[in-house]
Design a protein around this ligand. Structure first.
Ligand SMILES: [Zn+2]
Length: 374
């Protein structure tokens, strides 16, 4: 990812800073320094406080991530941007209990830290002062004010994330609780409706009280809820269809001994962007669009396909569920997957194939009998 900078890796998870991240530090320096009249000391205090806030956010995201890994869901990376952090899971487990524990783990980390800090404050007689005053910016720039900030940030992160609306953790907690009793799609529909309701209330409150930040969050939540509902509905309607019902048997296959120029010629005329590689009758690899473009830039058009094709892409079979294909295309960021039976490549299944299937299943469900899947 070109727009972010890798900081370090924990348990295989890259922790990355989005390139817009320095903006929040600039803002903090301005807000605590110039705007509050505390000068350079204030600016340094602000940068320290906000940096620590992002340490808390990272710990929160690691909370989600470690539990997800525990349930066998790989976590690709955690990206920190001025509006917060996101842990990118390769897939979200759909067992309600697992989703519940993953979602609650983030806020739980912050609550545990807040509890620990409170205990420390009592033990060492640290004056937490009035957290509210500190939040409003009247806490001064002392060490104990910093301590209070971090304490309040932790509570804020836990409470804010538990708002019962997608894409907040609370939305997932709420959906998983519903899904323990209801069908997953129905549970999502209810959780999304509640999320939109919360967003509308927040938006109205923000508008009347001049809270522009609150209005922005309301818009973010409203669209997040709608998006999640659409995604789950799409997946729900793909269930029961298999690759056999929608793939491209006429996809062009290449030999490992072709060069990249050959593929480029074909891309321009055939409009295909990923290519199964077969040697004789046998499937041997897959040339993805990403790999092709990268190879053209770094190694030139005379490079052999065998030198750049991917061998790590797991093919699908005719009986693979379309739903599973869709999930893999999303998580592996591919345009297509090769369809292979008994070592022979039969063609490709592309995003377009899936979109067509979805559209037809909506307008004429009778024309597409679902396969009874195990
Ligand atoms: Zn979270």
């Amino acid at each position: 990812m070109g727009s972010s900078l890798k900081l370090f890796t924990v348990r295989g998870i890259d922790i990355r800073l989005h390139m817009t991240f320095p903006l929040i530090l600039l803002w903090a320096a301005f807000q605590f320094g110039l705007a509050s009249g505390a000068g350079l000391t204030g600016a340094m205090f602000g940068v320290t406080a906000v940096s620590l806030l992002f340490v808390l956010i990272t710990l929160h995201e690691l909370g989600h991530s470690f539990v997800a890994q525990h349930y066998g869901a790989p976590v690709k990376q955690i990206i920190l941007s001025p509006i917060g952090g996101v842990a990118q899971l390769m897939r979200m487990p759909e067992k309600p209990v697992e989703e519940f524990v993953i979602a609650i783990a983030g806020p739980a980390v912050n609550l545990a830290l807040a509890g620990l800090m409170w205990g420390t404050a009592v033990l060492f007689n640290i004056d937490l002062g009035s957290p509210l005053r500190v939040l409003m910016g009247y806490g001064g720039v002392t060490g104990s004010a910093l301590f209070t900030y971090i304490f309040v940030y932790n509570i804020f992160l836990a409470v804010f994330n538990l708002i019962p609306a997608f894409p907040m953790d609370g939305g997932r907690v709420f959906r998983s609780l519903l899904a323990m009793r209801l069908d997953y799609v129905r549970a999502t529909r209810i959780a999304a409706a509640v999320g939109r309701g919360v967003a509308i209330l927040m938006g109205i409150y923000g508008l009347f009280n001049g809270g522009i930040f609150m209005v922005l969050i309301a818009v973010f939540i409203f669209s997040g809820a709608t998006q999640e509902e659409r995604l789950v509905r799409l997946r729900g309607s793909l269930r029961g269809y298999t690759v056999q019902q929608s793939y491209s048997p006429s996809a062009y296959q290449i030999s490992p001994y072709h060069n990249l120029q050959h593929v480029v010629d074909f891309m321009l005329i055939g409009g295909q962007s990923s290519f199964p590689v077969s040697q004789g009758e046998l499937y041997v690899g897959f040339l993805t669009r990403g790999r092709l473009e990268q190879a053209l830039q770094t190694r030139g058009r005379h490079t052999w396909i065998s030198d750049v094709m991917r061998r790590d892409v797991r093919p699908v079979s005719l009986t693979t569920d379309i739903y599973e294909v869709q999930q893999r295309l999303d998580s592996e960021q591919l345009d297509a997957l090769p369809v292979v039976e008994n070592g022979r490549c039969l063609g490709l299944i592309t995003r377009r194939n899936i979109q067509e299937l979805y559209r037809l299943s909506q307008i004429a469900p009778g024309s597409l009998p679902k396969v009874q899947s195990a």
